[in-house]
Design a protein around this ligand. Structure first.
Ligand SMILES: NC(=O)c1ccc[n+]([C@@H]2O[C@H](COP(=O)([O-])OP(=O)(O)OC[C@H]3O[C@@H](n4cnc5c(N)ncnc54)[C@H](O)[C@@H]3O)[C@@H](O)[C@H]2O)c1
Length: 311
Protein backbone atom coordinates (compact mmCIF):
# COMPACT_ATOMS: atom_id res chain seq x y z
CA UNK A 1 0.00 0.00 0.00
CA UNK A 2 1.29 3.51 -0.87
CA UNK A 3 -0.09 6.19 1.43
CA UNK A 4 -0.07 9.97 1.39
CA UNK A 5 -0.21 11.44 4.90
CA UNK A 6 -0.97 15.16 4.87
CA UNK A 7 0.14 16.84 8.08
CA UNK A 8 2.48 13.88 8.68
CA UNK A 9 5.08 16.00 10.48
CA UNK A 10 2.59 16.99 13.18
CA UNK A 11 1.74 15.36 16.47
CA UNK A 12 -0.83 12.78 15.34
CA UNK A 13 0.49 12.57 11.77
CA UNK A 14 4.01 11.57 12.83
CA UNK A 15 2.65 8.84 15.10
CA UNK A 16 0.50 7.58 12.22
CA UNK A 17 3.48 7.63 9.83
CA UNK A 18 5.50 5.47 12.23
CA UNK A 19 2.62 3.04 12.65
CA UNK A 20 2.10 2.75 8.88
CA UNK A 21 5.83 2.14 8.28
CA UNK A 22 5.75 -0.56 10.95
CA UNK A 23 2.88 -2.18 9.01
CA UNK A 24 4.95 -2.14 5.82
CA UNK A 25 3.12 0.77 4.14
CA UNK A 26 5.10 3.07 1.79
CA UNK A 27 4.62 6.63 3.03
CA UNK A 28 4.74 10.06 1.41
CA UNK A 29 4.16 13.08 3.66
CA UNK A 30 2.84 16.45 2.54
CA UNK A 31 3.40 19.11 5.19
CA UNK A 32 4.26 22.82 5.25
CA UNK A 33 5.90 22.44 8.68
CA UNK A 34 3.84 25.33 10.07
CA UNK A 35 3.09 23.46 13.30
CA UNK A 36 4.79 20.18 12.42
CA UNK A 37 8.45 19.39 13.04
CA UNK A 38 11.08 17.86 10.78
CA UNK A 39 12.51 16.12 13.87
CA UNK A 40 9.25 14.12 14.19
CA UNK A 41 10.17 12.37 10.92
CA UNK A 42 13.93 12.19 11.45
CA UNK A 43 15.48 8.90 10.29
CA UNK A 44 12.17 7.60 8.92
CA UNK A 45 12.25 6.15 5.38
CA UNK A 46 9.62 8.45 3.89
CA UNK A 47 9.28 10.82 0.98
CA UNK A 48 8.68 14.34 2.39
CA UNK A 49 6.94 16.84 0.13
CA UNK A 50 7.31 20.20 1.81
CA UNK A 51 4.48 22.52 0.87
CA UNK A 52 0.96 23.75 1.39
CA UNK A 53 -2.31 21.84 1.11
CA UNK A 54 -3.72 24.96 -0.60
CA UNK A 55 -1.22 24.63 -3.49
CA UNK A 56 -3.26 22.83 -6.18
CA UNK A 57 -0.32 21.78 -8.38
CA UNK A 58 1.71 20.48 -5.50
CA UNK A 59 -1.23 18.50 -4.08
CA UNK A 60 -1.84 17.02 -7.55
CA UNK A 61 1.78 15.85 -7.67
CA UNK A 62 1.69 14.52 -4.12
CA UNK A 63 -1.32 12.31 -5.00
CA UNK A 64 0.47 10.57 -7.90
CA UNK A 65 0.86 6.79 -7.53
CA UNK A 66 -0.92 6.78 -4.18
CA UNK A 67 -3.49 4.16 -3.05
CA UNK A 68 -4.81 5.86 0.05
CA UNK A 69 -4.80 9.31 1.65
CA UNK A 70 -4.77 10.08 5.37
CA UNK A 71 -5.70 13.76 5.60
CA UNK A 72 -4.49 15.41 8.79
CA UNK A 73 -3.08 18.74 7.60
CA UNK A 74 -5.13 21.46 9.22
CA UNK A 75 -5.17 24.70 11.07
CA UNK A 76 -5.91 23.15 14.46
CA UNK A 77 -7.88 24.46 17.42
CA UNK A 78 -10.87 26.51 18.49
CA UNK A 79 -8.89 29.41 19.92
CA UNK A 80 -6.60 29.67 16.89
CA UNK A 81 -9.65 29.79 14.60
CA UNK A 82 -11.19 32.62 16.63
CA UNK A 83 -7.99 34.61 16.15
CA UNK A 84 -7.69 33.80 12.45
CA UNK A 85 -10.95 32.50 10.95
CA UNK A 86 -9.90 33.23 7.35
CA UNK A 87 -6.80 31.07 7.50
CA UNK A 88 -8.78 28.38 9.33
CA UNK A 89 -11.32 28.22 6.49
CA UNK A 90 -8.70 28.40 3.76
CA UNK A 91 -6.61 25.54 5.12
CA UNK A 92 -9.38 23.32 6.45
CA UNK A 93 -12.08 23.77 3.79
CA UNK A 94 -10.26 24.77 0.61
CA UNK A 95 -7.44 22.41 1.54
CA UNK A 96 -9.94 19.55 1.61
CA UNK A 97 -11.51 20.55 -1.73
CA UNK A 98 -8.04 20.70 -3.29
CA UNK A 99 -7.19 17.30 -1.93
CA UNK A 100 -10.34 15.50 -3.05
CA UNK A 101 -10.01 17.02 -6.52
CA UNK A 102 -6.42 15.79 -6.72
CA UNK A 103 -7.50 12.38 -5.41
CA UNK A 104 -10.20 12.11 -8.07
CA UNK A 105 -7.79 13.06 -10.86
CA UNK A 106 -5.27 10.49 -9.62
CA UNK A 107 -7.86 7.71 -9.08
CA UNK A 108 -7.23 7.51 -5.33
CA UNK A 109 -10.30 5.70 -4.00
CA UNK A 110 -9.81 5.74 -0.25
CA UNK A 111 -9.54 8.82 2.00
CA UNK A 112 -9.37 8.80 5.78
CA UNK A 113 -10.01 12.24 7.25
CA UNK A 114 -9.00 13.40 10.72
CA UNK A 115 -12.10 15.26 11.89
CA UNK A 116 -12.84 16.52 15.38
CA UNK A 117 -15.37 16.40 18.20
CA UNK A 118 -15.35 20.22 17.83
CA UNK A 119 -18.02 19.73 15.13
CA UNK A 120 -20.62 18.98 17.84
CA UNK A 121 -20.55 22.32 19.69
CA UNK A 122 -22.62 22.32 22.87
CA UNK A 123 -22.86 18.77 24.19
CA UNK A 124 -26.39 17.68 25.00
CA UNK A 125 -26.31 13.92 25.56
CA UNK A 126 -23.70 11.54 26.96
CA UNK A 127 -21.99 9.53 25.62
CA UNK A 128 -21.77 11.49 22.37
CA UNK A 129 -22.64 9.30 19.43
CA UNK A 130 -22.34 10.12 15.73
CA UNK A 131 -25.93 11.40 15.53
CA UNK A 132 -25.50 13.99 18.28
CA UNK A 133 -26.59 17.46 16.96
CA UNK A 134 -23.81 19.29 15.17
CA UNK A 135 -23.84 23.01 15.96
CA UNK A 136 -20.18 24.03 16.23
CA UNK A 137 -19.21 26.85 18.61
CA UNK A 138 -16.07 27.93 16.75
CA UNK A 139 -14.91 28.59 13.18
CA UNK A 140 -12.67 25.53 13.60
CA UNK A 141 -15.69 23.31 14.38
CA UNK A 142 -17.48 24.72 11.33
CA UNK A 143 -14.51 24.19 9.01
CA UNK A 144 -13.94 20.63 10.20
CA UNK A 145 -17.65 19.86 9.69
CA UNK A 146 -17.70 21.53 6.26
CA UNK A 147 -14.66 19.48 5.24
CA UNK A 148 -16.47 16.29 6.31
CA UNK A 149 -19.44 17.27 4.14
CA UNK A 150 -17.23 18.07 1.12
CA UNK A 151 -15.42 14.77 1.46
CA UNK A 152 -18.60 12.71 1.82
CA UNK A 153 -20.20 14.53 -1.13
CA UNK A 154 -17.18 13.97 -3.40
CA UNK A 155 -17.01 10.37 -2.23
CA UNK A 156 -20.62 9.81 -3.33
CA UNK A 157 -20.08 11.55 -6.65
CA UNK A 158 -16.82 9.83 -7.57
CA UNK A 159 -16.91 6.38 -5.99
CA UNK A 160 -14.39 7.15 -3.25
CA UNK A 161 -14.59 5.47 0.17
CA UNK A 162 -14.38 8.26 2.76
CA UNK A 163 -14.01 7.78 6.51
CA UNK A 164 -14.29 10.79 8.80
CA UNK A 165 -12.72 10.01 12.17
CA UNK A 166 -13.87 12.46 14.81
CA UNK A 167 -11.19 12.56 17.47
CA UNK A 168 -11.83 13.59 21.04
CA UNK A 169 -8.84 14.74 23.20
CA UNK A 170 -5.80 13.05 21.73
CA UNK A 171 -2.57 12.88 23.73
CA UNK A 172 0.79 11.16 23.52
CA UNK A 173 4.35 11.24 22.19
CA UNK A 174 5.34 14.17 19.93
CA UNK A 175 2.64 16.38 21.47
CA UNK A 176 4.55 19.56 22.21
CA UNK A 177 3.66 22.52 24.33
CA UNK A 178 2.41 25.54 22.38
CA UNK A 179 0.31 28.65 22.89
CA UNK A 180 -2.86 26.88 21.68
CA UNK A 181 -1.89 23.58 23.31
CA UNK A 182 -4.03 20.99 24.99
CA UNK A 183 -4.21 20.56 28.72
CA UNK A 184 -1.77 17.62 28.98
CA UNK A 185 1.29 19.36 27.43
CA UNK A 186 0.44 22.49 29.42
CA UNK A 187 0.35 20.52 32.69
CA UNK A 188 3.56 18.71 31.69
CA UNK A 189 5.36 21.98 30.98
CA UNK A 190 4.26 23.50 34.28
CA UNK A 191 5.27 20.41 36.26
CA UNK A 192 8.74 20.34 34.71
CA UNK A 193 9.29 24.03 35.44
CA UNK A 194 7.99 23.69 39.01
CA UNK A 195 4.91 25.85 38.40
CA UNK A 196 1.52 24.97 39.92
CA UNK A 197 -1.11 23.43 37.67
CA UNK A 198 -3.94 25.85 36.88
CA UNK A 199 -7.42 24.35 36.75
CA UNK A 200 -10.27 26.48 35.41
CA UNK A 201 -13.46 25.96 37.43
CA UNK A 202 -13.78 23.28 40.11
CA UNK A 203 -11.94 20.58 38.14
CA UNK A 204 -14.95 18.25 38.17
CA UNK A 205 -15.46 18.75 34.43
CA UNK A 206 -14.75 15.55 32.48
CA UNK A 207 -12.92 14.84 29.22
CA UNK A 208 -12.31 11.79 27.05
CA UNK A 209 -8.54 11.44 26.52
CA UNK A 210 -7.56 8.98 23.82
CA UNK A 211 -3.97 7.88 23.28
CA UNK A 212 -2.39 8.67 19.92
CA UNK A 213 -1.42 5.00 19.44
CA UNK A 214 -5.12 4.12 19.55
CA UNK A 215 -5.85 6.93 17.08
CA UNK A 216 -3.19 5.60 14.70
CA UNK A 217 -4.80 2.17 14.99
CA UNK A 218 -8.23 3.66 14.19
CA UNK A 219 -6.77 5.12 10.98
CA UNK A 220 -5.21 1.81 10.04
CA UNK A 221 -8.45 -0.06 10.67
CA UNK A 222 -10.39 2.47 8.58
CA UNK A 223 -7.85 1.89 5.81
CA UNK A 224 -7.92 -1.88 5.88
CA UNK A 225 -11.35 -3.08 7.10
CA UNK A 226 -13.86 -3.07 4.23
CA UNK A 227 -16.70 -0.63 4.98
CA UNK A 228 -18.74 2.05 3.28
CA UNK A 229 -18.19 5.78 3.66
CA UNK A 230 -19.16 7.24 7.02
CA UNK A 231 -18.34 9.15 10.19
CA UNK A 232 -16.89 7.58 13.34
CA UNK A 233 -16.28 8.93 16.83
CA UNK A 234 -12.79 8.09 18.04
CA UNK A 235 -12.19 8.44 21.76
CA UNK A 236 -11.34 6.13 24.62
CA UNK A 237 -15.04 5.70 25.44
CA UNK A 238 -14.24 6.68 29.04
CA UNK A 239 -13.73 10.02 30.75
CA UNK A 240 -11.85 11.43 33.73
CA UNK A 241 -12.14 14.71 35.60
CA UNK A 242 -9.49 17.40 35.22
CA UNK A 243 -8.77 16.97 38.95
CA UNK A 244 -8.01 13.29 38.30
CA UNK A 245 -5.86 14.21 35.31
CA UNK A 246 -3.85 16.63 37.47
CA UNK A 247 -3.40 13.92 40.10
CA UNK A 248 -2.33 11.23 37.58
CA UNK A 249 0.15 13.47 35.79
CA UNK A 250 1.71 14.55 39.09
CA UNK A 251 1.94 10.89 40.11
CA UNK A 252 3.70 10.06 36.85
CA UNK A 253 6.40 12.58 37.89
CA UNK A 254 6.61 11.18 41.42
CA UNK A 255 4.94 14.29 42.90
CA UNK A 256 2.49 13.53 45.68
CA UNK A 257 1.93 16.95 47.30
CA UNK A 258 -0.66 18.70 45.19
CA UNK A 259 0.38 22.04 43.68
CA UNK A 260 -2.82 23.04 42.00
CA UNK A 261 -4.39 26.48 41.74
CA UNK A 262 -8.00 27.09 40.73
CA UNK A 263 -9.05 29.92 38.42
CA UNK A 264 -12.55 31.04 37.33
CA UNK A 265 -14.17 28.75 34.73
CA UNK A 266 -13.55 29.73 31.11
CA UNK A 267 -16.66 30.82 29.23
CA UNK A 268 -18.02 28.38 26.69
CA UNK A 269 -16.25 25.33 28.09
CA UNK A 270 -18.33 22.16 28.11
CA UNK A 271 -18.91 20.46 31.46
CA UNK A 272 -18.80 16.80 30.46
CA UNK A 273 -17.49 14.98 27.43
CA UNK A 274 -17.28 11.27 26.61
CA UNK A 275 -17.24 9.65 23.19
CA UNK A 276 -19.68 6.95 22.23
CA UNK A 277 -17.43 4.63 20.24
CA UNK A 278 -19.91 1.78 19.59
CA UNK A 279 -20.02 2.43 15.84
CA UNK A 280 -16.22 2.39 15.43
CA UNK A 281 -16.08 -0.71 17.63
CA UNK A 282 -18.68 -2.66 15.68
CA UNK A 283 -17.79 -1.60 12.12
CA UNK A 284 -14.02 -1.04 12.30
CA UNK A 285 -13.17 -3.32 15.24
CA UNK A 286 -11.73 -0.29 17.08
CA UNK A 287 -10.71 -1.25 20.60
CA UNK A 288 -8.70 1.49 22.38
CA UNK A 289 -6.63 -0.18 25.06
CA UNK A 290 -4.19 2.42 26.44
CA UNK A 291 -4.87 3.05 30.09
CA UNK A 292 -4.58 6.78 30.91
CA UNK A 293 -2.02 6.27 33.69
CA UNK A 294 0.26 4.16 31.45
CA UNK A 295 -0.21 6.70 28.64
CA UNK A 296 0.73 9.60 30.94
CA UNK A 297 3.78 7.76 32.31
CA UNK A 298 5.22 7.20 28.84
CA UNK A 299 4.25 10.74 27.79
CA UNK A 300 6.07 12.32 30.72
CA UNK A 301 9.19 10.22 30.02
CA UNK A 302 9.14 11.48 26.42
CA UNK A 303 8.37 15.06 27.44
CA UNK A 304 11.37 15.26 29.80
CA UNK A 305 13.72 13.83 27.15
CA UNK A 306 12.43 16.12 24.43
CA UNK A 307 12.89 19.15 26.74
CA UNK A 308 16.52 18.09 27.32
CA UNK A 309 17.11 17.78 23.56
CA UNK A 310 15.53 21.19 22.97
CA UNK A 311 17.65 22.83 25.74
N1 LIG B 1 -4.82 16.87 18.79
C1 LIG B 1 -6.11 16.61 19.00
O1 LIG B 1 -6.52 16.37 20.15
C2 LIG B 1 -7.09 16.59 17.84
C3 LIG B 1 -8.44 16.42 18.17
C4 LIG B 1 -9.37 16.40 17.13
C5 LIG B 1 -8.94 16.47 15.80
N2 LIG B 1 -7.63 16.64 15.51
C6 LIG B 1 -7.24 16.72 14.08
O2 LIG B 1 -6.13 15.89 13.86
C7 LIG B 1 -5.30 16.44 12.84
C8 LIG B 1 -3.86 16.52 13.33
O3 LIG B 1 -3.82 17.38 14.46
P1 LIG B 1 -2.54 17.50 15.41
O4 LIG B 1 -3.03 17.61 16.80
O5 LIG B 1 -1.56 16.45 15.07
O6 LIG B 1 -2.01 18.95 15.00
P2 LIG B 1 -0.58 19.42 14.46
O7 LIG B 1 -0.67 20.90 14.36
O8 LIG B 1 0.51 18.82 15.23
O9 LIG B 1 -0.58 18.79 12.98
C9 LIG B 1 -1.07 19.45 11.85
C10 LIG B 1 -0.03 19.28 10.75
O10 LIG B 1 -0.53 19.90 9.56
C11 LIG B 1 0.49 20.72 9.01
N3 LIG B 1 -0.17 21.81 8.29
C12 LIG B 1 -0.88 22.83 8.83
N4 LIG B 1 -1.32 23.65 7.85
C13 LIG B 1 -0.89 23.12 6.68
C14 LIG B 1 -1.02 23.51 5.34
N5 LIG B 1 -1.66 24.66 5.00
N6 LIG B 1 -0.46 22.74 4.38
C15 LIG B 1 0.23 21.62 4.72
N7 LIG B 1 0.40 21.21 5.98
C16 LIG B 1 -0.16 21.95 6.96
C17 LIG B 1 1.30 21.21 10.19
O11 LIG B 1 2.61 21.64 9.85
C18 LIG B 1 1.30 19.98 11.08
O12 LIG B 1 2.38 19.13 10.77
C19 LIG B 1 -5.91 17.79 12.47
O13 LIG B 1 -6.67 17.63 11.29
C20 LIG B 1 -6.82 18.10 13.65
O14 LIG B 1 -7.91 18.91 13.25
C21 LIG B 1 -6.69 16.71 16.52
Amino acid sequence: MRALVTGGAGFIGSNLVQFLLYKGVEVRVLDNLSTGYRINLQHLPIDLVEGDIRDQDLVQQACRNIDIIFHLAASVGNLKSLNNPVEDAQVNILGMVNLVEAARKNQVCNIIYSSSAAIFGELLTMPIDENHPQNPNSPYGVSKLAAEKYLLCFAKLHGITASCLRYFNVYGLNQRYDAYGNVIPIFAQRLITGAPLTIYGDGAQTRDFVHVKDVAMANYLAATIPHTSGVYNIGSGTSITINELAHFIQESCGITASAVEYAPPRPGEVRHCRAGIGKARSILGFNPDTNIQDGLNSYMRWFKTSMQIAA
